[in-house]
Design a protein around this ligand. Structure first.
Ligand code: ADP
Length: 565
C-alpha cells in the first residue's frame, strides 16, 4: 500500500512528536523516582542517624552538661516518630527501655552500655537501609539508562531511516519531473515519467504524461498537416505554366518547378541547395534573373525548340517584416507578346497605308482653294477649311501611330548629328505658330546665348518639342502665354515648355508618360494619349532625359535634357 505524501509527512511528524513525548515522560518518570528515593533516604535514615549521633553525644555529656538529658530525650522522641525500617521499632523500644532503666539507675555502667548498643543497632539498621536504598537507586538509574539507551538506539535508527528516505521521497520525483519538463522543452514529446508511488507526485506524473501525450498528438497532426500542405503547394507550383524559382535569404536555391527546369535547362535535384550566383556562372538565364533590372520588362528565352517571352516578377518572402527569401516568377507572356506584335504590325500597316490618301485629300483640298479651279463661296471655303483641319488631325494621328509602332518594334531610326538647340526651338515654333494664333495664345521663346551643340536627331527632337507646345497650347486658356526656352545647366542643355493652364494633379504624374494614358477628365477627343510616351522613347533613345513638373491650377512644365557636346 502506498501512502499519500501528506500522510507520510504527517506520520513522520507525529512520530517525532511521540518520540519527544516519550523521552520527556520517561525522563521525568526516572528523575522523579530517583529524587523520591533520595529524599526518602534523607528523611527516613539520615535523620535517624543524626538523632542517634546526637543521643550518643548527649549520653557522653550527661555527667558534665545538665542540658544533655533534655537533648537526649528530645532526640529519642524524634527517633520514636521516625521509624521506617524493619526492626527499627523494636530497637527504638529497646533503647527507650534501656534509657528508662538508666534513668532509674544512672550509676549502673551496664545500663549505659545497653543504651549505646541500642543506639548502635538503630544506626546499623539505618546505615544498612541507606546501603540498600542506594543500591535500589543505582538500579533505577541503571534501568533508566538501559531503557532510555535502547529507546534512543531504536529511535535513532528510525530517525536515520527517515533522514535517508524522506528527502528521497520528495526529491526523486521532483528530479524525474524536472527532467521530463526539460525534455518537453526540447520538443521531445515522447518523454513519459514512470513513478511507482501513488501519492501527489504520482498524480503529477500522470498529469505530465497526459500533457506530453496531447502535445505529441498535436505535433504529429500538425506535422501531417504541414506535410500535406507542402505537397499540395508543390503540386500547384509544378502544375503552373509559369516558371518558379525559390531562393532563401542567402541566395541559395530552394526549389524549381518543372517549367523553370525546362527554361534553365537544369534539373531541380542538381541545383537545389546551391548558391544561385555560382549557378549563374554557367547559366545565362540565371544570370539575367539575378540581375536587378526593373527596366527589362520582357525576357526572350529559347527553350524547348521555340522562342518564348517571359515577364519576371520577384516576390519577397517575409516573416515579421524580415525578408527570409525570394521567389522569382517567370510569367509566360508569349501569347500576349504575339498579339501585341500583331497589333503593332497592323497599326504600322494601316497608318502607313492611310498616310498617302490623307496627303492627297489635303492636296486636293488645297487645290480646290486655288482660284484657277474656280471661285468658292464662303460656305464652301469653310467646308474646305474643315476638310484640311481634319486631314491634318488624321495625319498627326497616323504619324503618331507610325512612330508608336516604330518604338514598339524597337525600330526607332535615329539620324544623330550635332544640332544647335536654337534651331530646334525655331523649327518647333514655326510648326505651332498657326495653332497658337488660332487659340490666341502667345508664345514667348528664350534661347540662351552661346548654347553648346547637342548630339540629337533634329527631326525627332523638334517633334517632341512640338508635342509639348501643342499640348501647352491645347491646355492653356485663351489669351494666355506659353514660354519655351533652351538654356544651359552645367554640362547639359535643357529645353522647357511652360504653360499657365490647368496643370495636372500630382497623383497622375507618374503615369503621364505611359502609352495611351490620358489624365482623367481630359475632354480632348482628338488626343490618342501617345504623344508623351513617344516623346519619352525618342528622348531616351537619343540618350536624353525627359521630365515633367506640374501642379493642379498652376500650369505645367515639360522638359528634356541633353548632354552638351
Ligand atoms: P494627347 O495626344 O492625348 O495629348 P499626350 O501623351 O500628349 O496625349 O498627353 C497625355 C495626357 O497628358 C493628356 O491627355 C493630357 O491630359 C495631359 N497633358 C499633357 N500635357 C499637358 C499640359 N501641358 N497641361 C495639362 N495636361 C497635359
Amino acid at each position: 500500500m502506498s501512502l499519500r505524501l501528506k500522510t507520510k509527512l504527517s506520520i513522520g511528524l507525529i512520530f517525532l512528536f511521540i518520540v519527544i513525548l516519550l523521552f520527556g515522560v520517561l525522563g521525568l518518570f526516572f528523575i522523579n523516582r530517583l529524587s523520591n528515593e533520595g529524599r526518602q533516604v534523607l528523611q527516613n535514615n539520615h535523620e535517624s542517624l543524626v538523632y542517634c549521633n546526637r543521643m550518643m553525644t548527649a549520653l557522653e555529656d550527661m555527667k558534665t552538661d545538665k542540658n544533655a538529658l533534655a537533648e537526649f530525650k528530645d532526640n529519642l522522641t524524634k527517633q520514636q516518630a521516625n521509624i521506617t525500617e524493619v526492626g527499627e521499632k523494636e530497637a527504638t523500644e529497646e533503647l527507650t527501655r534501656d534509657f528508662n532503666e538508666w534513668q532509674m539507675d544512672p550509676s549502673d555502667p551496664g545500663n549505659y552500655s545497653d543504651i549505646r548498643r541500642s543506639i548502635n543497632k538503630i544506626q546499623y539498621l539505618n546505615e544498612m537501609a541507606i546501603f540498600r536504598k542506594n543500591a535500589a537507586a543505582q538500579k533505577t538509574a541503571g534501568n533508566a539508562k538501559d531503557i532510555l539507551g535502547i529507546l534512543f538506539t531504536i529511535l535513532t535508527l528510525v530517525a536515520f531511516t527517515f533522514i535517508f528516505n524522506l528527502p528521497g521521497i520528495i526529491s526523486d520525483p521532483i528530479r524525474s519531473l524536472s527532467e521530463g519538463i526539460q525534455e518537453i522543452a526540447r520538443k521531445n514529446y515522447k518523454k513519459r515519467i514512470y513513478l511507482k508511488q501513488e501519492d501527489e507526485f504520482g498524480d503529477l506524473a500522470n498529469a505530465f504524461n497526459t500533457m506530453a501525450g496531447k502535445l505529441d498528438e498535436y505535433e504529429s497532426s500538425n506535422l501531417a498537416q504541414i506535410k500535406f500542405e507542402k505537397s499540395r503547394i508543390e503540386t500547384i507550383i509544378n502544375q503552373m505554366r509559369d516558371g518558379i524559382i525559390g531562393l532563401d535569404d542567402k541566395n541559395n536555391i530552394l526549389f524549381l518547378n518543372a517549367v523553370a527546369e525546362k527554361l534553365l535547362g537544369l534539373k531541380d535535384a542538381d541545383i537545389t541547395g546551391k548558391y544561385a550566383p555560382d549557378v549563374a556562372l554557367t547559366n545565362d538565364l540565371m544570370r539575367t534573373l539575378l540581375q536587378d533590372n526593373p527596366e527589362k520588362k520582357e525576357l526572350k528565352i529559347y527553350a524547348d525548340n521555340k522562342e518564348s517571352y517571359f515577364g519576371k516578377d520577384v516576390l519577397n518572402v517575409t516573416t515579421n517584416e524580415a525578408v527570409i527569401g525570394r521567389v522569382i516568377v517567370l510569367r509566360n507572356i508569349t501569347p500576349f507578346h504575339e498579339l501585341n506584335e500583331a497589333k503593332t504590325n497592323f497599326i504600322a500597316t494601316v497608318s502607313h497605308e492611310l498616310k498617302t490618301p490623307i496627303s492627297s485629300i489635303k492636296m486636293s483640298a488645297r487645290l480646290l482653294t486655288d482660284l484657277r479651279v474656280g471661285a468658292l463661296n464662303s460656305e464652301q471655303q469653310e467646308l474646305i477649311r474643315g476638310i484640311t483641319d481634319d486631314a491634318d488631325r488624321l495625319l498627326k494621328i497616323t504619324g503618331e501611330l507610325l512612330n508608336m509602332s516604330q518604338v514598339e518594334t524597337g525600330n526607332i531610326q535615329l539620324k544623330l548629328q550635332p544640332a544647335h538647340p536654337g534651331t530646334i526651338v525655331e523649327q518647333a515654333l514655326q510648326a505651332v505658330l498657326f495653332q497658337a494664333q488660332q487659340r490666341r495664345v502667345r508664345i514667348e521663346s528664350s534661347v540662351a546665348a552661346n548654347l553648346p551643340f547637342i548630339q540629337a536627331d533634329m527631326e525627332k527632337t523638334s517633334w517632341v518639342l512640338i508635342n509639348f507646345l501643342t499640348n501647352a497650347i491645347k491646355y492653356s486658356p485663351e489669351d494666355s502665354m506659353v514660354e519655351v526656352s533652351a538654356l544651359q545647366d552645367r554640362d547639359n542643355v535643357e529645353f522647357v515648355v511652360r504653360d499657365h493652364g490647368r496643370g495636372i494633379d500630382e497623383k497622375y504624374l507618374p503615369r503621364i508618360f505611359d502609352r495611351y494614358y490620358k489624365v482623367p477628365g481630359t475632354h480632348d477627343r482628338n488626343g490618342t494619349g501617345l504623344g508623351l510616351s513617344i516623346s519619352k522613347e525618342f528622348i531616351e533613345a537619343m540618350g536624353g532625359h525627359i521630365w515633367v513638373n506640374s501642379r493642379l491650377g498652376e500650369g505645367s512644365q515639360f522638359g528634356f535634357t541633353f548632354r552638351a557636346i
